[in-house]
Write a protein that binds this ligand. Structure first.
Ligand SMILES: NC(=O)c1ccc[n+]([C@@H]2O[C@H](COP(=O)([O-])OP(=O)(O)OC[C@H]3O[C@@H](n4cnc5c(N)ncnc54)[C@H](OP(=O)(O)O)[C@@H]3O)[C@@H](O)[C@H]2O)c1
Length: 238
């Protein structure tokens, strides 16, 4: 079973800025309805207004929540289920790093990184994958990092969370395979992505890739046959 992108509903966490915004724009331009969710109301509303007015259509729907808060996350899931029934594409993109070396790590920093990058993803997946299994259609896209493949001394908690995200994704992939659901799981493992020079004609900074490459790769991955999985998409500057 497949479905045109224009008939799909996506949730992009952190979908108003950076990589998430590029994903949102690509999905909405292809006709999908996209719920963007993160903490800052003003940033969400501005992004939705800008994209909707460029497309002359209401395709982007802002929703403010904090992924570290279970009740707010549950409210987001209920909002989505009531409004659209289920999501077809879940993009676990929101994330952050707290730069603390191994000897500097604080419980506060560790918890902030893990609750944002990993626990919140688990809450969303646990609830939203049920709808995907029930409708026998869905894609889960996780934004990990090259820091989910290699350890870096300045961000150990970030590396551990992004390694963990890949492990969780493997378990999810095994779960949907076992229940026989038409659900794919993709992981992005980008190196440096320039989220400042984002204009179509702007050159990314040395060592960075232009954010449009993330969006183009997303749309390519989603366009593949339903029985095709691109496992970890390692994408970085030559
Ligand atoms: N840019 C890179 O070089 C790079 C490389 C590898 C991986 N990544 C990963 O790519 C993803 C996107 O990063 P980005 O570079 O595009 O940076 P970004 O613009 O800072 O994106 C992070 C997004 O996460 C949201 N967010 C943070 N904390 C949240 C919370 N508690 N609840 C809900 N949303 C929250 C932020 O919105 P609010 O602040 O409004 O909540 C923001 O929209 C992250 O997972 C990052 O780790 C980035």
């Amino acid at each position: 079973m497949t479905k045109p992108i224009a008939e799909q509903v996506a949730l992009v966490t952190g979908g108003a800025t950076g990589i998430g915004r590029a994903f949102t724009e690509a999905l909405a331009s292809a006709g999908a309805r996209v719920c963007i969710a993160s903490r800052r109301d003003d940033v969400l509303n501005r992004a939705a207004d800008e994209i909707n007015s460029r497309l002359s259509a209401e395709r982007v729907f802002p929703y403010a929540f904090d992924i570290r808060d279970r009740a707010l996350t549950e409210n987001l899931v209920m909002h989505i289920n009531e409004r659209w029934g289920a999501v077809d594409i879940l993009i676990n993109n929101s994330g952050l790093a707290v730069p603390e070396t191994v000897t500097e790590i604080t419980d506060e920093g560790w918890d902030k990184v893990f609750d944002t990058n990993l626990r919140g993803v688990m809450w969303l997946v646990r609830r939203l994958v049920q709808g995907m299994v029930a409708q026998d259609f869905g894609d889960v896209v996780n934004v990990s990092s090259q820091a989910g493949k290699h350890g870096y001394a300045d961000v150990p908690s970030y590396c551990a969370s992004k390694f963990g995200l890949l492990g969780f994704a493997e378990s999810l992939r095994d779960h949907v395979r076992k229940v026989g659901a038409n659900v794919r799981v993709f992981n992005f493992c980008p190196g440096l992505v320039d989220v400042e020079r984002v204009g179509p004609d702007e050159e990314p900074r040395p060592g960075f890739i232009h954010v449009q490459n993330m969006a183009r790769t997303l749309m390519y991955a989603l366009s593949l046959d339903r029985n095709v999985i691109l496992e970890d998409i390692n994408i970085y500057a030559r």
